[in-house]
Design a protein. Structure first.
Length: 163
């Protein structure tokens, strides 16, 4: 990644990513996607349902933004392999990341409600600290794509607890 962004890309800095919470967030989201995909494939959920919409949106986001996320994923994995507690990432993404992040966050909130109400789901509602982390990451994509300065995880968490 370079310090200067292409005019077609925005620079997003995620400062102080807590690797333990990142790992928990990834595990939870992977389980949710897997279970929702199974509900859709088995015909227990249609394309208009929360599982159907989440599966479709996740596939769309993967298709549209996978190449931009690859470098960050590699840095996260390397930091975890070293046993680091946290890591800073600088990512380059198209400006379309902002509305995509908003939509994804809204749908994950709906998925949490669905999990709370679900009768046959193994995946539980996202734990509060993981929700806070998810909100921070998605908010940083939105805020920074609009020109705002980064807020680190420790700063966000301190403000989040105060609310």
């Amino acid at each position: 990644m370079t310090d200067e962004s292409s005019p077609d890309l925005v620079t997003i800095k995620l400062i102080g990513i807590p690797l333990d919470i990142q790992s928990a967030a990834s595990e939870h989201q992977d389980g949710l996607r897997r279970e929702f995909r199974m509900l859709v494939e088995e015909g227990h959920a249609d394309s208009a349902s929360v599982p159907g919409r989440l599966v479709a949106l996740a596939a769309d986001l993967d298709r549209r933004f996978q190449s931009f996320a690859a470098a960050g994923r590699a840095e996260l994995e390397a930091a975890m392999a070293r046993g680091d507690a946290s890591v800073d990432l600088t990512l380059e993404a198209p400006p379309a990341i902002a509305p995509a992040a908003r939509n994804f966050g809204d749908l994950l909130d709906e998925a949490d409600e669905y999990c709370s109400a679900g009768e046959h789901l193994l995946t539980l509602r996202t734990p509060p600290e993981v929700v806070a982390y998810r909100n921070w990451v998605l908010d940083e994509f939105v805020r920074q794509s609009q020109g705002a300065a980064p807020i680190s995880w420790p700063e966000f968490k301190a403000g989040y607890k105060a609310h």
